[in-house]
Design a protein around this ligand. Structure first.
Ligand code: ADP
Ligand code: MG
Length: 307
């Protein structure tokens, strides 16, 4: 007996490296009109590495700062967190035990290390205007925030992701991390543009300058940066209200709400967090972006056989 076209197509997709979770998902893939990408771990390899540690408050060594940040990040499943831990290990630094670990998707982590509260997080609040420093009312912390803004800007203009380290509430240092674009990203963007007639969109929690730089390399024109997980979901809703049937490709815990609300949510199997893999409608098991246009084309052919 021959297999029904949709099931046959699901089997074919599986062999080509995309796990499609149901026949309904395959049908939906065949009607996608635009694709949106998350950045870190999706368009990039998701293996960022530490490139610099800049101490702001003078009384702590760079190595101590890195060791504390790594301790706070050791339970993080975020690629940035893993990179910080890896850098500390490579440098042979001791990583202390952390207590009361907490993470906020799209923002960062906090934990108690050696009795101190260590927070490692993106510079979102800084860019928003250093309210914290003003609140504390100390000239010194206002000065540190100003310097931090400069350092963050310098890192970001260089295409890096900047991460702040706070120790007991004091802004102590800035880390710079760099990630590589996945091979084939630009070709996939071009292929998707030809296939759907619409240019892909970049939705990222990372900063504007780094996002814009990567988007330019990949050939993406529509870039939305500094998005928290809820903002990503809103951006998806926004594009869909304008009529797009969106396939969102993501990997992070921060992508889960957006993956759930997209016409089709696709998770990156290699870098994907458990939540993203569970939430998505399809999972890329072969670590290649080219599988996305391929599965859309396959799903279209399968629909034509059915209807
Ligand atoms: P993306 O959308 O590009 O995958 P995320 O939404 O996961 O990025 O993260 C957005 C930003 O939040 C990061 O660029 C970083 O500034 C900060 N961040 C998130 N998780 C962490 C973490 N574990 N450690 C440090 N910073 C983090
Ligand atoms: Mg990501």
């Amino acid at each position: 007996a021959t297999m029904p076209p949709l099931l046959a197509a699901i089997a074919t997709a599986g062999r080509h490296g995309v796990l499609v979770k149901s026949a309904v998902v395959l049908e939906r893939l065949g009607t996608v009109t635009q694709v949106a990408f998350d950045k870190t771990g999706t368009l990039t390899e998701g293996r960022p590495h530490l490139t610099e540690v800049r101490v702001l408050a003078g009384d702590v060594a760079a190595e101590r700062l890195l060791a504390l940040a790594a301790a706070a990040e050791q339970d993080s499943e975020h690629p940035l967190g893993r990179a910080v831990v890896q850098a500390a290990r490579t440098a042979g630094l001791p990583i202390a035990r952390a207590y009361e670990f907490g993470s906020e998707p799209g923002r960062g982590v906090r934990a108690r290390v050696d009795g101190m509260l260590v927070e490692v997080a993106g510079p979102a609040q800084l860019v928003a205007g250093g309210r914290e420093a003003a609140g504390r009312g100390s000239l010194r912390s206002a000065e540190v925030e100003r310097v931090a803004r400069e350092v963050v800007g310098e890192f970001q203009r260089g295409g890096h992701t900047a991460v702040l380290v706070r120790i007991d509430g004091v802004l102590t240092g800035v880390l710079a991390l760099a990630d590589r674009m996945r091979p084939g990203a630009a070709a996939t963007v071009a292929r998707l543009t030809a296939l759907t007639g619409a240019g892909p969109v970049l939705l990222t929690g990372d900063n504007g300058p780094a996002a814009a730089r990567l988007a330019a390399q990949a050939g993406i024109r529509d870039v939305r940066a500094d998005l928290l997980p809820g903002d990503k979901m809103e951006a998806v809703a926004d594009l869909q209200r304008q009529g797009a049937r969106l396939a969102l490709v993501g990997d992070g815990v921060n992508d889960a709400p957006a993956l759930a609300s997209a016409h089709v949510g696709i998770a990156m199997g290699s870098t994907g967090s458990d939540l993203a893999l569970d939430t998505a409608d399809a999972v890329i098991t072969r670590d290649e972006l080219a599988t996305i246009p391929a599965v859309i084309a396959l799903a279209r052919r399968a629909r034509r056989l059915v209807v």
